[in-house]
Design a protein around this ligand. Structure first.
Ligand SMILES: O=c1ccn([C@@H]2O[C@H](COP(=O)(O)O)[C@@H](O)[C@H]2O)c(=O)[nH]1
Length: 230
């Protein structure tokens, strides 16, 4: 798999989303992330429609439930021919392994979310009451995911070298929380620029608002690709 720039489609309606996609030339083979906002409204038919149009799909559902429920859900998603699916690593070893076994026979990569990029050290300690350094917590969850069959993790780009050291250089690190220098950080805490993510060894970046809320979404995407591929 090439190292993709994955566009997070966080739109309130499908019409707006399709208008956004229509800015891109048909030859642009986009990698799109469908998250909870769009999936809750438009469900599988929307995923299917985008697959039919030839897009690669990262289905970011961040599953987090008991192992049996997650396994049965993954068995269903395994039929959808999506490229990536997320679960929360904090669902535990058995849940991660159950997700992987649910996806058996499909080409869908299982990615485990470590610590959300919207959470910093302060939230980890004071809200979640996890008495660890953020980097250690991320490394611990990444190792748990690796040991239980996940194909990779979602983390900040800042943690990629440490995750690869703790697991394997082949273990995928897909990184949201990407902000070009001039972009607003918003609710993200552990951020990196596309160029930093590349240098740190990220296997793919996820970018939402800096592209989808730009005046010219296609140009914003091209600028990010240029910085990422430098
Ligand atoms: O830790 C995580 C896990 C997932 N995300 C998702 O990525 C995009 C980022 O969007 P931006 O607009 O570029 O902030 C969004 O869909 C999140 O749900 C994440 O940010 N952090």
């Amino acid at each position: 798999m090439d190292k993709p720039v994955i566009v997070a489609l966080d739109f309130a309606d499908d019409f707006e989303c399709i208008n956004f996609l229509n800015q891109f030339p048909k030859s642009e083979k986009l990698f799109l992330k469908i998250g909870l906002e769009m999936f809750c409204q438009f469900g599988y038919p929307f995923v299917h429609n985008l697959r039919e149009r030839g897009y690669n799909i990262f289905l970011d559902l961040k599953l987090h439930d008991i192992p049996n429920t997650v396994k049965r859900t993954c068995e269903m998603i395994a039929k959808w021919d999506v490229q990536m699916l997320t679960v929360h690593a904090s669902g535990g070893a058995e849940m991660i392994a159950a997700a992987k076994s649910g996806l058996a026979g499909s080409k869908t990569k299982l990615l485990a979310v470590t610590q959300l990029t919207s959470l910093g050290q302060n939230e980890l300690e004071n809200e979640l009451q996890i008495p660890l350094k953020s980097a250690d917590y991320v490394a611990h969850l990444a190792k748990l995911a690796f040991d239980n069959g996940a194909d990779g993790v979602i983390s900040s780009a800042l943690e990629v070298p440490m995750i690869k050291d703790a697991t394997s250089s082949d273990f995928l690190c897909i990184t949201p929380g990407i902000r070009p220098k001039s972009a607003q950080v918003g609710d993200q805490k552990r951020v990196a620029t596309p160029a930093q993510a590349r240098t740190l060894g990220s296997d793919g970046i996820v970018v939402g608002r800096p592209i989808t809320q730009a005046q010219d979404g296609h140009q914003a995407y091209m600028n990010i690709c240029k910085e990422w591929n430098k």
